[in-house]
Write a protein that binds this ligand. Structure first.
Ligand SMILES: Cc1cc2nc3c(=O)[nH]c(=O)nc-3n(C[C@H](O)[C@H](O)[C@H](O)COP(=O)(O)OP(=O)(O)OC[C@H]3O[C@@H](n4cnc5c(N)ncnc54)[C@H](O)[C@@H]3O)c2cc1C
Length: 316
């Protein structure tokens, strides 16, 4: 996420490479092209000798609105747009990644969070005439104030109290051409404490060549779907059984990272958020791990520091 989600002008890849390099120097091992739940299940990993597994798979599943016309060409999630630009280098002529034509085109970004700001500022740098459409007012926007400030400073327009009810497209080409927006007003506060946006009955239509949906992400279901014993909430986050965590029984040995448990923490905070699951990993042993593509990093724990492996995980 740090590499494809957050654009280089905010988080240079060099910094990410530096942190990854330091983790490697400390003995950390990165296994690439490995999807837990597909390449191997959690049980496979346990069978391979990992008996503390930390699930930190993030919240990478983009949300959509389920309004008519969302299927049209050039309506895409911010994840897809940012991945094409940042990770797949879609803006470079020597790469084959398709990227919609953006220079001089009308781009609307739906949403008011940091992802919306990043998508809007990226599209602006690619030469688009960008408008952010948000259903509440500016003061309720979840984006950091400085991000919004920079976006406005860069010439990005903001349309507040508007929510798309439909996207319109060209009947021949199936490309999006416009968005119909409901004009909203603020009603009573909802469970988040912010005043709920309510439709007024008025509508307006704006032209659009590209629509970027930045409505937040949900947890990726791959691990949950491959491991029925994991208890998850309706948001797909993992329910921790704190008593089982102390007893060290399945699924206690699968502490969850920041996003699968609560998908709202920013990446400036996970260092503290992760401390508890990391500690709960407690004693572990590497001695009986069979060698394989996902074997733990050998030599990362001095032999003298390795405790003997109990015949079965013992209660603490
Ligand atoms: C556009 C954008 C801008 C943001 N800007 C900021 C910001 O300015 N400041 C800030 O603090 N936060 C920001 N965030 C949020 C921040 O990126 C996340 O909070 C943070 O990345 C969460 O870290 P994580 O390790 O929990 O999950 P992630 O960073 O999502 O990492 C999870 C990793 O797990 C991998 N994975 C998923 N499923 C599997 C599987 N089954 N097997 C193997 N691997 C798997 C994923 O590929 C991913 O690499 C932004 C997010 C976005 C999308």
């Amino acid at each position: 996420m740090l590499r494809y989600g957050i654009p280089e002008f905010r988080l240079p890849n060099e910094l990410i490479d530096d942190v990854v390099g330091k983790i490697k120097l400390l003995g950390g091992k990165f296994v690439e092209n490995f999807v837990v739940g597909k390449t191997a299940t959690l049980q496979d990993l346990r069978d391979a000798g990992f008996w503390r597994i930390f699930v930190g798979t993030g919240a990478g599943l983009p949300r959509f609105m389920n309004v008519p016309g969302e299927h049209l060409l050039n309506v895409m999630s911010a994840n897809e747009f940012l991945t094409r630009v940042n990770l797949m280098q879609g803006l470079r002529p020597d790469y084959e990644t398709p990227l919609p034509e953006i220079a001089g085109k009308d781009v609307i970004v739906i949403g008011g969070g940091n992802t919306a700001m990043d998508a809007a500022r990226t599209a602006r740098r690619l030469g688009g005439n960008v408008t952010i459409v948000y259903r509440r007012t500016q003061s309720e926007m979840p984006a950091r104030v400085e991000e919004l400030h920079h976006a406005l400073e860069e010439g990005i327009a903001l349309q507040v109290l508007r929510a798309p009810s439909e996207f319109l497209g060209d009947a021949q080409t199936n490309f999006v051409t416009a968005a119909t927006l409901d004009v909203m007003e603020l009603g009573e506060p909802d469970e988040s404490g912010r005043r709920r946006p309510v439709v007024t009955g008025q509508q307006e239509t704006i032209h659009a060549d590209l629509v970027i949906m930045a409505l937040g992400n949900a947890s990726n279901p791959i691990i949950k779907d491959s491991e029925p014993r994991l208890q998850t909430s309706k948001w797909g986050t993992i329910n921790l059984d704190r008593r089982a965590l102390r007893r060290r029984r399945w699924p206690a040995s699968t502490p969850a990272g920041t996003q699968p448990v609560a998908a709202r923490r920013p990446s400036t905070r996970p260092a503290t958020a992760r401390r508890r699951p990391a500690r709960s990993s407690g004693r572990s042993t590497w001695s009986r791990v069979r060698s394989g593509p996902w074997s733990p990093a050998r030599g990362s724990t001095p032999t003298s520091a390795r405790p003997p492996r109990p015949s079965s995980p013992s209660p603490s």
